[in-house]
Design a protein around this ligand. Structure first.
Ligand SMILES: [Zn+2]
Ligand SMILES: [Zn+2]
Length: 392
């Protein structure tokens, strides 16, 4: 069995190598035409076209989302999903390297397809728009996009190789205060200061931050603070994110943050209106046995992984919402030096560099090999499922 498995893995690796130029071309094309959340028309079209050329059955507009898709090959279970992200950041292009994610996931699928005759089961690529904002996968998860799968994975480019990633649960809130205009010098007593309300709330939140768990985060910006210094602002607005390691603590923090906003209204007499975002990001649950299989495969690429026992949360991702539905991993592949952070112009440049291409190919190989593991190894699937149920 192991001899067979190793033979299959050697074949999928060779297949990725054979696809090298096509995958780099796909990655660069997406990089050169950055499209932001829910506008990823070209990327979606190119990825669907490529998968179709390679014999996948493609369903565009998956989950009633115009720039989502599902492409499948093979039959039934076990079913391994590669997730593709391809949205860019406004003004920064592919500064999160989602072009590399898309090309590596698609490359892994096309390469692993060659093993399906031997392994049985099926492979799918799920094209998931709007990761950076709107939480595309959270919406898709609610619509059942990740049901009936045995594993889901993608590899995100970054500045280190890591297999276990943590991500925080995250909720967004927008607030507005409504006060009353008045001349700031001649009749200040006639005004109700909406900006004061917001600044009091901002400071209440700053004080709250001393008393929350180390891993939690609360941060925001003022999006309207009035227009003229001699007019008492009748309107102010802000946008905040609240993040926590688990959903229970997130709910607790949301109440506390709301109390801070209410305090601003109470103190000034301005009226508060608030709205929590429609989509809440779930915390990431990395599946241990799946991560272990991937770690060994990535080591074959000469990438030794430096996971610490407790991974440091990196923010939030809608892959978290996938990880509560199916055993999932969200490893990181190093394409940039340590000091270069994602979401910067430097990272955008690196995502189209030789290092970016090397990351793309290594990730595609490790993902494809891990799919072979899942497809052939019933014991691994059982251990993945056991841990999944334990984490739930
Ligand atoms: Zn990002
Ligand atoms: Zn990203």
């Amino acid at each position: 069995m192991n001899a067979d498995r190793n033979e299959l893995k050697a074949q999928v690796v060779a297949r990725v190598e054979a696809l090298r130029e096509e995958l780099i071309d796909l990655s660069l094309r997406i990089h050169d035409h950055p499209e932001i959340a829910f506008e990823e028309e070209k990327a979606c079209q190119w990825l669907c076209g490529y998968l179709e050329e390679h014999g996948f059955d493609v369903e565009p507009g998956f989950c009633q989302m115009p720039t989502a898709f599902r492409a499948s090959s093979g039959d039934g279970r076990p079913c391994v999903a590669f997730l593709a992200e391809y949205d860019a950041l406004p003004g920064l292009g592919h500064a999160c390297g989602h072009n590399v994610i898309a090309a590596s996931s698609v490359g892994a699928a096309v390469a692993a397809k060659g093993a399906l005759d031997a392994t049985g089961g099926s492979l799918v690529v799920i094209g998931t728009p709007a990761e950076e904002v709107h939480g595309g996968k959270a919406i898709m998860a609610e619509r059942g996009a990740f049901d009936e799968l045995d594993a889901a994975m993608l590899s995100h480019p970054g500045s280190r190789n890591a297999v276990l990633t943590a991500a925080l649960a995250c909720a967004s809130i927008t607030v507005e205060y409504f006060g009353k205009e008045a001349h700031a010098a001649t009749r200040p007593e006639a005004g109700v200061n909406a900006l004061d309300a917001l600044i009091l709330a901002f400071n209440a939140i700053a004080a709250l931050r001393q008393h929350i768990r180390d891993s939690a985060r609360i941060h925001g910006v003022i999006t309207d603070g009035g227009h003229a210094p001699n007019v008492i602002p009748a309107h102010s607005a802000a946008s905040f994110l609240v993040r926590a390691e688990d959903e229970d603590y997130l709910e607790e923090l949301k109440e506390k943050v709301l109390a801070c906003f209410r305090s601003g209204a109470q103190a000034t007499g301005a009226r508060l209106e608030y709205r929590w975002g429609d989509v809440q990001y779930a915390p990431m649950r990395s599946n241990g046995p799946l991560a272990e299989a991937y770690r060994q495969n990535l080591a074959e690429m000469g990438r030794l992984v430096e996971d610490s026992p407790v991974p440091r949360p990196l923010g939030s991702t809608d892959v978290g919402n996938v990880s509560i539905v199916v055993p999932t991993i969200h490893p990181s592949i190093a394409i940039a030096p340590r000091e270069v952070s994602i979401h910067t112009p430097d990272f955008a440049r690196i995502a189209a560099s030789q290092e970016g291409h090397r990351g793309l190919l290594d990730a595609a190989k490790a993902l494809a090999m891990t799919a072979v593991d899942v497809l052939v190894d019933a014991d691994l699937r059982q251990r993945m499922q056991d841990e999944f149920l334990k984490q739930a």
